[in-house]
Design a protein around this ligand. Structure first.
Ligand code: ARG
Length: 580
């Protein structure tokens, strides 16, 4: 519908250009918005306001000319000029009904596949393995996962990559600590990586001998020493299995097959340096190999180096990322490389993308994009901490979510057994944490607040999950009896119309989520949809409706609402519940 309207407007612009109203070479960007206020129609554009100047006309007059130039069509029922020169469009009901029917008949709710199919390599989660996953790892995993699901749904080929950090200098310290424990102790201590890390760090800070041993072990590890590799492998295994547990609980689709760790690029790193050298990009600066790009300058305008090899020969985070870009493009066949990584790394990504292009690691139509996100904050406005002031382990956070969800469910009267309630609490708890993250604008920091995410009021997982069960309950009451799906939609009541108008936006919203990698658009959409359904449900009798046509049409609207809620939540990585 939106594309059709855009096309009509593009035609109208073509016509007023031909008529000499607007200079023919003026490039026009058509923007259509959804007015918040229903009385302003279904779509609005500020086109006449932005074009008034080049057209040397006043906006209201230009608006009239644009409207007059629109081709004959059955899409637009009504146009209005509002305020200084906005044009509002009301879409004809026939169109709306056709679209609803198409959604109803489709097994993908008439969401169009993309016309630009790509092989997308999505880098997400990618924690450092030295420590156990903590609250800071939530966003990448949850947002990256939702965007991968949406991309797949739109017909892209998606390759997930978990670029775990398993090769930093901290590993020397961890290996030295493992070495100092006997086998049994090590096994026990490794069961809690957080305390293991702390204990190792403590020793490192306290004992010079230990610190030296740690440094020695990193060097040995990096030169491929068997003994060190064995210890290291043991540690990595434990750490990865902790990650996998978290992914499984979160319903994040990453598996061991998606892990392509930093260390896996080791053999390629000398090649990266060779390549940069051959291209004449390397400069030696105080013994380190660096690249200086004109695009990146420090505060005083001084050149900013990208260090790719340290004085002693060691490689860096950036070097590995360059190798990974090469691998993702050449070996995985990626032509769109997405990165879901904390916004604080945006300079790093700008630098390596620019360098990768300059060095010829990426060529042509390959897209690279860093999608940053803000920090998870506590209510005090500082990065979220556990009660004891430490970082919160994700596993503990999820336990707490499930516990709090159970309390929430127990406050609600229900006919569920204890056992059922516990099962449901798991889904509600985990979903609440995920949804709280997904529903915020990705780029801002957000405040992690249990009370706001675990409530049936507002834009929350419990609200939406409950809304879904409510719609579904209509069909369980209907039982075997079923209903006649062949009747056409009736949209007479304003609540039916409002619901229908929201339903047909699904296609547009899913595409927006992909385009901007912003899942909160979909959350807002689903919340609005659930709200409109509930107004409809209160005002428009369904099961005790005598008029058969009306009853069937309303059942179709309900069915479509249930399917859209379910599909939308699934794209966000949130399962629905039959009962709550
Ligand atoms: N391990 C890194 C960190 O925790 C994030 C890696 C992101 N991905 C990448 N290709 N650099 O900060």
């Amino acid at each position: 519908m939106k594309e059709q309207l855009e096309q009509l407007l593009a035609d109208a612009i073509g016509k007023i250009k031909a008529d000499g109203v607007l200079p023919a070479d003026h490039s026009v960007n058509i923007q259509l918005d959804r007015p918040r206020d229903k009385s302003h129609g279904d779509f609005a554009t500020n086109l006449a306001l932005t074009l008034a100047k080049p057209a040397k006309s006043n906006p209201r007059q230009l608006a009239e000319q644009i409207i007059a130039a629109l081709p004959q069509n059955t899409l637009i029922a009504k146009t209005d000029i509002a305020g200084p020169g906005f044009i509002n469009f009301t879409i004809a009901q026939d169109q709306l009904k056709q679209q609803l029917q198409a959604m109803f008949d489709s097994d993908r709710l008439a969401v169009d596949e993309t016309s630009d199919k790509r092989t997308i390599v999505i880098d997400y989660s990618s924690p450092n393995l030295a420590k156990e996953m903590h609250v800071g790892h939530l966003r990448s995993a949850i947002i990256g996962d939702a965007v991968s699901r949406v991309s797949e749904f739109l017909g892209h080929k998606v390759i997930r990559q978990n670029h775990v950090g398993d090769w930093g200098t901290q590993f020397g310290m961890l290996l030295a600590y493992m070495e100092a424990l006997d086998n049994q102790e090590a096994e026990y201590e490794l069961s809690n990586l957080e305390t293991f890390y702390k204990a190792a760090k403590q020793r490192f800070d306290d004992s010079e001998t230990f610190a030296n041993r740690a440094r020695e072990l990193v060097v040995k590890l990096q030169s491929g020493d068997d003994y060190c590799l064995r210890l290291w492998n043991q540690f990595i295994e434990v750490s990865l299995s902790h990650c996998q547990e978290v992914y499984d609980r979160l319903g994040v689709k990453l598996t061991r097959n998606d892990v392509m760790a930093e260390s896996a690029y080791n053999d390629r790193l000398p090649g990266v340096i060779e390549h940069l050298k051959a291209r004449g990009l390397l400069v030696e600066d105080q013994g380190a190999q660096c690249v200086f790009l004109d695009e990146f300058k420090g505060k005083e305008g001084e050149p900013l180096p990208i260090i790719v090899q340290k004085k002693g020969g060691g490689y860096l985070y950036a070097t590995t990322d360059l190798a990974a870009i090469q691998y993702r493009q050449k070996e995985l066949g990626g032509d769109y490389l997405m990165y879901f990584v904390d916004a604080r790394q945006s300079l790093h990504f700008e630098q390596i993308f620019t360098l990768a292009r300059k060095a010829g690691f990426i060529e042509g139509d390959i897209r690279t994009q860093h999608f940053g996100f803000g920090t998870v904050m506590g209510k005090d406005g500082k990065p979220y901490k556990s009660r004891d002031g430490g970082v919160t382990k994700l596993a503990d956070l999820l336990d707490e979510a499930e516990r709090r969800a159970l309390e929430l469910l127990q406050q609600k009267s229900s006919d569920l057994t204890e056992q059922q309630q516990q099962e449901i609490a798991k889904v509600v708890g985990i979903s609440s944490v995920k949804y709280a993250d997904l529903s915020k604008n990705r780029t801002s920091d957000y405040i992690f607040d249990w009370d706001l995410m675990l409530t049936f009021e507002g834009n929350t997982a419990p609200y939406l999950l409950y809304a879904f069960t409510r719609v579904n309950s209509i069909f369980s009451r209907l039982g075997e009896q079923g209903f006649d799906e062949s009747v056409p939609f009736v949209l007479e009541d304003e609540r039916e119309l409002a619901l229908a108008n929201q339903l047909v936006r699904f296609n547009e919203v899913v595409h927006q989520v992909y385009d901007k990698a912003m899942p909160h658009f979909l959350c807002g959409y689903l919340f609005d949809l659930a709200g409109r359904f509930s107004s409809f449900y209160e005002a428009c009798p369904i099961l005790n409706q005598d008029d058969a046509q009306l009853r069937n049409s309303r059942l179709k609207l309900a069915r479509l609402t249930a399917n859209t809620l379910q599909q939308g939540l699934q794209l966000l990585g949130i399962p629905t519940l039959e009962k709550m």
